[in-house]
Design a protein around this ligand. Structure first.
Ligand SMILES: C[S@@+](CC[C@H](N)C(=O)[O-])C[C@H]1O[C@@H](n2cnc3c(N)ncnc32)[C@H](O)[C@@H]1O
Length: 172
């Protein structure tokens, strides 16, 4: 997907946190919140990737779980305006994370970098979702938690753990 255009028609609202709050950022926040209730607590030393972060609902809920102090959260999104808004919010809320402009279909992280990867409401809008899934696999550890959240018709929410081991695979 192309990055968001910087062009803003006269009568349109600018791309800022207020606009995204109005169009439904709180919904994905609620979904991220539910998602965390399905996962075990983050262990010390967790290295987490919040991919296609948007306004940061996943980061926000990770922080709300009061994880150990020594976790690391890498945050990425392709759209520069989104990264800017995320970083303003992160500064205001004193999150220990800073977003960078990175395409989830071509991640710049090394193999097996992460203990946890979240891609929340990003997959359906990607040009090449398979490339993103391959990149999530490549950059996550063998025993990592990989979660892709997506929605159907704004009602049904699916959470797919990307786990190749059928004995531990669940779908919620
Ligand atoms: C619907 S928003 C979801 C944001 C957030 N994860 C959430 O749960 O609210 C989708 C996000 O994907 C980002 N995005 C689109 N294409 C991307 C790509 N190729 N790589 C990384 N991020 C991308 C958009 O900029 C946008 O912030």
């Amino acid at each position: 997907m192309a990055a968001l255009s910087r062009f803003v028609p006269n009568k349109a609202m600018p791309f800022n946190a207020k606009l995204f709050d109005i169009i439904g950022a709180d919904e994905t926040l609620g979904i991220a919140k539910h998602e965390m209730t399905l996962l075990p607590p983050f262990p010390p030393g967790s290295v987490i990737h919040d991919a296609a972060c948007g306004l940061g609902p996943v980061t926000e809920i990770i922080i709300a779980t009061s994880p150990p102090d020594n976790i690391k959260i890498e945050v990425t999104d392709l759209a520069p305006p989104m990264v800017g808004i995320y970083n303003n919010i992160a500064t205001a809320k004193q999150w220990p994370s800073k977003a960078a402009i990175v395409d989830v279909q071509k991640l710049t992280f090394p193999d097996s970098a992460f203990s946890h990867v979240f891609l929340s409401f990003g997959l359906p809008i990607l040009e090449d979702p398979v490339a993103a899934v391959i990149e999530i696999y490549r950059t996550s550890r063998k025993e990592s938690v990989r979660r892709i959240l997506t929605g159907r018709f704004g009602v049904l929410v699916r959470s797919w753990p990307l786990n190749p081991n059928p004995s531990t695979r669940t779908e919620t």
